[in-house]
Design a protein around this ligand. Structure first.
Ligand code: SAM
Length: 472
């Protein structure tokens, strides 16, 4: 029944295969010889299968777990250097016809305020985001064919790309909207989106149907097969994710890797990103009501194992997590983080309103973007506002092969430094700017190719003089 090449959800995420995998992992969790072998394979940086990775997840030996962490850290450095890409979510509308039990936007929630941004309000939000320094957004919306049809989403994307406020610009719009048709994915592709992101929530079909009792999202196959339709519609970069906390994490972890293997098997390109959200408290949602809650150590282990199992994928963590958790998992493999996020509709431009209960979930990391940028630099990372890859056509398998061969470093490192320089000149506080200038000076010397190094140095001076948007 299990067939990674099948286009049927229940065949590429086969329940029997996951249960077998978990059994195999349990049987081998103390099998040091096998674990050593798996770790040796992981060291080759070619990834692991869901079975191999599940054995590592089941292993409880502290020494071996520490080796997994060290390896994850090293692989992260090899593929992503010390760069962390910054983004912000932008909530367009919280109208929703679904009945998701973990989400406060569910249809039956009658006391949450429902809002949908007008194009003028989108503009206000984007200006507020540009004024913070953001260049990359992930747009979010509930599913509602009447209030948020695809035309509305496309209008918003056009508005976002059209706004040039002072030196600001949103250069990449990623999209996190409900599963849709090939035709609609084609429209999103033509509108110039970056990654199409859709969280599976849970790979466990029965739980999925119980957690999504009503609305179009109830259809497990339609949701699970969405990435195949997105790719058919021309979208090269897709982002997977599980909402950890709903179901047993070991089941989700195996399902997530099987989904990545499926994309690679069918389309020749794995997920561009993997997100690792955990269920959070929100308006009428209590995360403790779900069975699958995981502690911070298990969460860190999952992040590290995703990194070594799918070494080339971007890994995203949002402000659902606290500063302390983010610090831990950035080291273990996360490559993209959001900063200064608002999860309410209109939350960036409007004054904080105590009565506003339109947020999708409580944010744990409430720092400003300037604080997050400074903190990253203090930890030795380069905050990057780079959006060059898809604008230079480095998407899908082109991006993956560059990433797998390590070549991507030749453009990413200088691009990160140049976009950080823009941020420092246009938006940073004096303290952040001072730290950043020192970092750029030092890191420019780490560009291996002399020619690229010299061009990057010249461009950094030109940015100081007011020129923007250089990229390799
Ligand atoms: N409505 C779209 C869909 O159904 O896929 C996507 C947008 S939704 C705004 C983005 C994601 O937020 C969901 O896929 C879900 O995983 C996550 N989410 C919903 N409720 C949450 C909660 N209480 N805590 C944390 N994340 C939550």
């Amino acid at each position: 029944m299990y067939d990674p090449k099948s286009l049927k959800a229940e065949e590429f995420i086969d329940n029997g295969e996951i249960l077998d995998t978990l059994r195999y992992a349990d049987e081998n969790k103390d099998n040091t010889e096998l674990i050593e072998k798996i770790l040796a394979k992981a060291e080759e940086r070619k990834g692991l299968t869901h079975r191999e990775a599940s054995v590592l997840l089941a292993c409880e030996d502290e020494k071996l777990i520490n080796r997994m962490y060290d390896l994850a850290e090293q692989i992260k450095k090899d593929f992503y250097g010390n760069r962390i890409v910054m983004f912000a979510p932008l909530y367009l509308s919280n109208y929703c016809v679904n009945g998701c039990l973990y989400c406060p936007y569910h249809l039956k929630n009658t006391h949450i305020s429902r809002k949908k941004l007008t194009q003028q309000e989108v503009k206000n939000e984007v200006i507020a985001l540009q004024d913070m320094g953001h260049k990359r957004l992930a747009i979010e919306a509930g599913e509602d064919p009447v209030n948020n049809p695809i035309e509305y989403i496309l209008d918003c994307i056009n508005t976002i790309y059209s706004i040039k406020h002072k030196n600001g610009a949103i250069r990449r719009v990623n999209v996190n909207i409900a599963a849709t048709t090939v035709e609609n994915y084609r429209k999103l592709h033509e509108a110039g989106i970056g990654t199409y992101i859709l969280f599976q929530e849970t790979y466990h079909k029965e739980s999925y149907e119980r957690l999504h009792p009503t609305g179009p999202k109830h259809n497990y196959a339609y949701h699970t097969e969405a990435m195949d339709r997105a790719m058919e519609g021309g979208i090269d970069d897709v982002g997977l994710g599980v909402l950890f906390g709903l179901e047993m994490y070991r089941y989700e972890f195996a399902g997530l890797l099987m989904h990545a293997e499926h994309l690679e098997a069918v389309h020749g390109v794995g997920p561009h990103t993997i997100s690792v959200p955990r269920v959070k408290r929100a308006d009428d949602i209590d995360p403790d009501e779900f069975d699958g809650g995981i502690d911070d150590d298990t969460f860190a282990k999952i992040c590290a194992l995703i990194r070594i199992s799918v070494p080339y994928t971007g890994m995203i963590i949002s402000t659902r997590e606290s500063k302390a958790v983010r610090e831990k998992v950035i080291r273990l493999g996360v490559s993209q983080i959001s900063g200064a996020s608002r999860t309410s509709v209109g939350g960036y431009a409007e004054e904080e309103d105590e009565d506003d209960n339109s947020a999708q979930f409580d944010v744990s990391d409430k720092r400003t973007l300037d604080e997050v940028v400074r903190w990253l630099m203090e930890l030795g990372y380069i905050p990057s506002f780079c959006t060059a890859c898809y604008r230079e056509g480095r998407t899908g398998d082109r991006f993956m092969s560059l990433c797998k061969s390590g070549q991507i470093q030749n453009c990413c490192h200088p691009n990160a430094l140049m976009t950080l320089k823009e941020y420092l000149v246009d938006y940073a506080s004096p303290e952040t700017r001072k730290l950043g200038e020192e970092l750029i000076e030092k890191e420019l010397e780490n560009i291996p190719k002399e020619k690229v190094r010299n061009i990057a140095k010249e461009r950094v001076v030109k940015i100081e003089e007011g020129i923007r948007d250089f990229r390799f």
